[in-house]
Design a binder for this molecule. Structure first.
Ligand SMILES: [Zn+2]
Ligand SMILES: [Zn+2]
Length: 333
């Protein structure tokens, strides 16, 4: 597929899509009903719908019974760890295998023209981005994700928290299910800004940013303190009426869903003339420039705080101007 029909490639081989990043058309005035209607299917498809299906399947067929969850025992807790690790291995591993090991589409649609595997770097364990990313993903990422899951399921099983059922409060549960991606975005923006603060950045978040040229394995490659913060948004289910199925959906949005921003390609080819949009560009620009796109544009926080980069030359100019002002007056920005 000819990626230059959709974007351009510079001398280094880095690909940029032509279309500016738009973000969701929410909180705009005047309201743009046409754009809202066109955007709505993209809110569900493909990612959030996929995670809802996955969360539902896990709840129905791959989560222990309530009586089992009521007692903290190693066998079911270890099972959940193995189950989550398997999902990550299959989803992240399949993307990595196709795009980075087999290089099935070369560097077509690839934001960074080079492949991280070709460039050893001393910032990573054993000089390898992949080894470092995989050790952090399975060493602390999946275990901390699973610890939150164990906590929430155990509290549900023992009746601790405002849990309800679809029969008792259908509207409340559907409404919560619909806003979970927004809750995640708002929480992620807040903690992400926090860990970009100098000392926390150096101690915690720099680990994630070592992957300037991210691949799927970079998605959950974080310092354990960031893992603890990253999944803490799931505690919302102890405050508002909820159901464990929504907890599992939420953990799919945050856990497996982290891969969306780290695919490294604008589109994944699916046949001779078909390709799936990844929605990875906003977060790729964050990895490239560090101080833009703290969220992914679902909610307009970056626009409000002046940190949105839409991938255009104008976006580049705005970023440079802001960084110049910050350098001139570091206490003000
Ligand atoms: Zn990232
Ligand atoms: Zn960051």
């Amino acid at each position: 597929m000819d990626d230059l029909r959709f974007g351009t490639r510079n001398k280094r081989g880095d690909y940029s899509p032509n279309a500016p990043l738009e973000g969701a058309p929410l909180f705009r005035w005047p309201v743009q009903p046409g754009r809202l209607i066109r955007w709505l299917p993209h809110y569900f498809l493909p990612w959030n719908a996929l995670f809802l299906v996955l969360g539902t399947a896990l709840w129905l067929w791959a989560t222990p019974s309530r009586s089992t969850l009521a007692t903290l025992d190693w066998p079911w807790m270890t099972y959940l760890l193995a189950r989550n690790a398997t999902i990550v291995l299959l989803v992240f591993g399949a993307l990595e295998l196709r795009l980075y090991i087999r290089r099935a589409q070369g560097n077509r649609f690839k934001f960074n023209g080079s492949f991280p595997g070709d460039k050893p770097s001393p910032v990573f364990m054993f000089g390898s981005q992949n080894i470092d990313n995989i050790v952090r993903t399975f060493g602390t990422g999946v275990p901390i994700w699973t610890a939150y899951e164990i906590l929430m399921l155990h509290l549900w099983a023992t009746g601790w928290g405002p849990w309800t059922t679809l029969q008792d409060h259908p509207l409340a549960l559907v409404a919560l299910g619909l806003v979970i991606p927004f809750l995640h975005e708002a929480h992620f923006f807040a903690i992400h800004r926090l860990i970009h603060w100098g000392p926390l950045y150096r101690w915690v978040h720099s680990v994630h940013h070592n992957s300037v040229n991210p691949s799927p394995w970079s998605s959950l490659s974080m310092h354990p303190v960031e893992h603890l913060l990253y999944w803490s948004d799931v505690l919302i289910h102890l405050i508002v009426p909820s159901h464990p199925l929504l907890v599992l959906y939420h953990l799919q949005v945050t856990g497996t869903g982290a891969v969306i921003g780290h695919v490294g390609f604008d589109k994944v080819e699916a046949g001779a003339d078909r390709a799936i949009d990844t929605h990875a560009y906003a977060h790729y620009l964050h990895h490239k420039y560090f101080e833009v796109n703290y969220a992914d544009g679902l909610l307009p926080f970056d626009r409000w705080f002046g940190t949105w980069h839409d991938g255009t030359e104008e976006g580049e100019r705005r970023m440079k101007e802001r960084l110049r002002r910050k350098k001139a007056n570091p206490l003000k920005d």
